[in-house]
Design a protein around this ligand. Structure first.
Ligand SMILES: NC(=O)c1ccc[n+]([C@@H]2O[C@H](COP(=O)([O-])OP(=O)(O)OC[C@H]3O[C@@H](n4cnc5c(N)ncnc54)[C@H](OP(=O)(O)O)[C@@H]3O)[C@@H](O)[C@H]2O)c1
Length: 160
């Protein structure tokens, strides 16, 4: 089973110039806790944009570039969706963590969305797809919190 984990602005922006346009420590901590011991599927661009590779989890990076290698022990490379079928069918939960191209690719294949929703718009060039209410039910929403002047909530959706 796959779940998406994402942080998005009110206008669905998730990135600008291959970076996240905000800094939220509490959100990074939540990402760390939720993905510990799991598989994290990422597009090559999102992987290269990471500040650091966290231990105690495996990163699976999608690229069409057959020459590409990453030196870290806990980073694997795949070249197609087909190679990820096992993770879709896995009874354990694993994560799809962006970026935009990868979220679009996997939206149909995931059962749950862990979304950190920021309460304002940001400027950017990468968008998360619309969360269609006919497909997704909101099952939990944290009380809003604030960090660096940004209000946010942790929200979970499951496929209807
Ligand atoms: N806010 C958030 O939670 C969050 C999370 C993650 C990322 N982001 C943001 O998202 C942005 C990056 O998103 P993006 O859409 O530009 O790039 P991306 O989805 O991270 O990566 C795209 C790359 O993935 C590879 N790829 C895509 N589909 C593939 C397929 N079917 N088979 C094999 N490889 C495939 C290709 O790599 P090659 O070009 O190497 O072939 C492609 O260029 C950044 O701004 C980042 O900060 C935000």
């Amino acid at each position: 089973m796959l779940s998406i984990i994402v942080t998005k602005a009110a206008n669905n922006i998730i990135g600008k110039d291959n970076r996240k346009p905000w800094a939220l420590e509490a959100d990074d901590k939540r990402f760390d806790e939720l993905t510990k011991g799991k598989i994290i599927i990422l597009g090559r661009k999102a992987f290269e944009a990471l500040d650091k590779v966290l231990p105690e989890r495996t990163y699976v990076v999608m690229t069409e570039n057959r020459e590409l290698r990453f030196p870290q022990e806990n980073v694997q490379i795949v070249h197609s969706m087909l190679e990820l079928q096992g993770y879709i069918e896995d009874e354990n939960e694993n994560f799809v963590a962006g970026g935009a191209m990868i979220y679009n690719l996997f939206m149909r294949h995931v059962n749950k969305l862990y979304v950190t929703e920021l309460d304002r718009d940001f400027a950017g060039d990468s968008l998360f797809p619309r969360i269609n209410e006919e497909i997704w039910s909101e099952v939990s929403r944290s009380e809003p919190a604030e960090e660096n002047g940004i209000k946010y909530s942790f929200v979970e959706y499951v496929r209807k």
